[in-house]
Design a protein around this ligand. Structure first.
Ligand SMILES: [Mn+2]
Length: 329
């Protein structure tokens, strides 16, 4: 199980560092998804279960997806501003800053300031594009950060409970598309069998994160109607402007899953969903079946991720992006 990893620290040593620390801050990437948030909450409760006296804080410098209100522990997740209100960043040094599910430092957004004033930093992630951005890095090629965290139960010497299990399950179904993607392994099912055994409610959690709002259904219609398809490459793509978002009354997190949706069209090998941001930049998501490596493709736009799922943000226009994609296919 332990062959696909890199970095300069092993999970056991990470456990030692956590055991020695009193003030710990956890963060995950902006545009946080079920794996980012699930791993934050699962790891928070693991550390607290190991030693309730530790001061653990969770900071995410972005809006959370709407579905997170179904999980009461979401209230533990502080915005960066709220964190500043509660902590004197200049005079209080944290012992340990831990980023989860975060491929690069840019994705911490303002939380990077907390890292700068922390004694040590640790990066725990599963993205193959991870830039090893902390002092100590552990990157395992596994379906999700939540699956990666399973080994810490043993390291902390704690029992799995219903609460930790449900947050780990949230991350795993988020990153595997409910066990559809090719990152699912025997170990994924092994871990999930333990999570279900500990009380994670698969039906309830899947219904929460895969529920689709009416607005989103209308948006699906728009995407399927106006997508572009190139049958030569098996390439499906769609570009969403700010204007269209206003017209349909949709928000950022209504656009999750569109790249997957485009890739589901029969015969497609690669899909691209791009969205114009408020500042005029373009955020893109690639998904691929077997023919293309979208981690490499996204790197052409300063992004990355996984071989079959990757993203980027660029100042290029959508036409320039598509042109460049064709040059690389
Ligand atoms: Mn993830």
């Amino acid at each position: 199980m332990k062959k696909n990893f890199r970095g300069n620290i092993m999970p056991k040593e990470i456990g030692e560092k956590i055991k020695k620390s009193k003030n710990i801050v956890l963060t995950a990437h902006i545009n946080p998804d079920g794996d980012a948030l699930g791993s934050l909450l699962a790891f928070y409760f693991m550390i607290k279960k190991f030693d309730n006296k530790k001061n653990v804080q969770i900071v995410v410098d972005d809006k959370l997806p709407k579905y997170m209100h179904h999980f009461e522990d979401t209230k533990l997740i502080l915005s960066y501003e709220k964190f500043l209100q509660e902590n004197d960043l200049k005079n209080k040094k944290n012992d340990l800053f831990i980023s989860l599910d975060c491929a690069n430092e840019e994705r911490y957004q303002k939380s990077v300031e907390i890292k700068k004033q922390s004694e040590n930093s640790i990066n725990i992630d599963h993205h193959i594009s991870n830039t090893e951005h902390a002092e100590f890095n552990y990157i395992e090629d596994i379906c999700s950060t939540c699956e990666l965290l399973y080994q810490f139960l043993k390291i902390f010497g704690i029992e799995l409970d219903e609460r930790i299990a449900k947050y780990m399950y949230l991350g795993i179904i988020n990153d595997t598309g409910n066990f559809r993607h090719d990152n699912v392994t025997e170990h994924t099912f092994f871990v999930c069998s333990k999570l279900i055994g500990a009380g994670a409610d698969n039906h309830k959690i899947a219904n929460i994160i895969f529920a689709v709002s009416e607005k989103k259904i209308d948006f699906f219609g728009e995407v399927y109607k106006n997508k572009k398809i190139d049958h030569n490459y098996g390439f499906a793509y769609y570009y969403l402007t700010q204007e269209k978002m206003k017209e349909l009354g949709i928000e950022k997190d209504d656009t999750d899953g569109i790249a997957e949706m485009l890739l589901k069209i029969e015969g497609m090998e690669i899909s691209l969903f791009a969205r114009e941001e408020v500042d005029g930049s373009v955020k893109g998501s690639f998904r691929a079946n077997n023919k293309y490596n979208v981690n490499e493709l996204a790197q052409n736009f300063g992004g990355g991720g996984h071989i079959k799922a990757a993203g980027f943000r660029t100042e290029l226009t959508f036409d320039e992006i598509v042109k460049k994609v064709y040059e690389k296919l």
